[in-house]
Design a protein around this ligand. Structure first.
Ligand code: DAH
Length: 341
């Protein structure tokens, strides 16, 4: 066989060998076999030394082309293998994120979240915006700016979780009132839902972690009539029926006058049960007109601006709506309880 024929048959042999390779390792081995240091083509090229200058020129050129051709064939095969590899992976590892899951295993929103969203809808439809604030707060925002004196009992260690750096877990969403007053220009209407914390003994109607929605309206000539109207709109919308309410005077340092709005217990319809501590009534909603000190502390002239505020406990609201008699269910993580909503 002439050198030329040998080269041509090597090309064919190499291509047939490479096209049978199915892995990088096999490709590398095959490459070594033909164009490696001790490869077959390399060996052939060594034979060039014995040829005349003329022959070296022509055969050398053919041999170079052969090398280029084999190497490009090899690269193509390598690319094809890679592509194949990814196609297989794509098939094997495909996850259909849109495939419906087994109906029984679908989660639902927590009943407290559900009522929170409902309340947000009611208030946004009345022109309120929804505000947020952090769960770890400063004493200033949780107490001082809300007209709590230094020795107010609510600051007592028994009620409040303090952090080691001198801050606290907010005990009420009223802390967001302070942020609103500082950051917004009156007139404004906001609600602020959120999780709050108290250092409390836990029982059927007390939790150390619970949920509130704070509401606040600041404007000119805002009166108790505006407050009552807003609360009645809220309650009839939430309970989808008329509920019995009563208004009592209530004390909170950041409102003057302050009220307790009670509603008749929906669990026992006023007869008395563990939820309402046998009284037939539940404290549902403390509220009042914003104390002038709170407004002026935030830099607003209390002669020009007035407003009302209220704090709504979401846990109780849900308990009344569904006749739940123990607040501890909410944080229990009990799926049999949660799946009912
Ligand atoms: N922040 C009070 C609490 O958690 C509730 C409250 C009372 C909020 C009166 C108000 C209000 O906005 O006017 O005990």
């Amino acid at each position: 066989m002439s050198l030329l024929e040998e080269i041509n048959s090597l090309i064919l042999e190499a291509e047939s060998s490479l096209s049978k390779c199915n892995s990088e390792e096999e490709l590398d081995a095959s490459k070594n076999l033909f164009v490696g240091k001790k490869g077959k083509l390399t060996q052939v090229l060594k034979g060039l030394a014995a040829l005349s200058v003329e022959e070296k020129k022509t055969i050398g050129k053919v041999a170079n082309e052969a090398q280029v051709r084999i190497e490009s064939f090899l690269e193509n095969r390598r690319a094809a293998l890679k592509e194949e590899f990814y196609q297989i992976k794509l098939k094997e590892e495909f996850i259909d994120a849109l495939r419906p899951v087994n109906g029984n295993e679908r989660g639902t929103l927590h009943p407290i979240t559900q009522i929170q969203y409902e309340i947000e809808d009611i208030f946004t439809s009345m022109g309120f915006s929804v505000m947020d604030g952090p769960e770890v707060e400063t004493d200033e925002n949780n107490f001082a700016a809300l007209n709590f004196t230094e020795d107010h009992p609510a600051r007592d260690m028994q009620d409040t979780f303090y952090t080691t750096d001198g801050n606290l877990l907010r005990t009420h969403t009223s802390a967001i009132q302070v942020r609103a007053l500082r950051n917004l220009k009156p007139p404004f209407r906001i609600i602020a839902p959120g999780r709050v914390f108290r250092y409390e003994e836990v029982d059927a109607s007390h939790e150390n972690t619970f949920y509130q929605v704070e509401g606040m309206v600041v404007g000119e000539n805002i009166s108790i009539a505006n407050l009552i109207y807003t609360m009645e709109t809220l309650l009839s919308s939430v309970f989808r029926t008329s509920v019995k309410t009563r208004l009592r005077p209530g004390y909170f340092p950041f409102v003057e006058p302050g009220f307790e709005l009670d509603i008749q217990c929906l669990v026992c319809e006023g007869k008395g049960c563990s939820v309402c501590k046998q009284s037939g009534w539940l404290e549902l909603l403390p509220c009042g007109l914003i104390h002038p000190n709170v407004l002026s502390h935030a830099g607003h002239d209390p002669k020009k601006w007035t407003g009302f505020a209220f704090g709504l406990g979401l846990d109780r609201l849900v308990m009344m709506r569904y006749g739940i008699n123990d607040i501890r269910y909410f944080q229990s993580g009990n799926l049999r309880f949660l799946n009912q909503f």
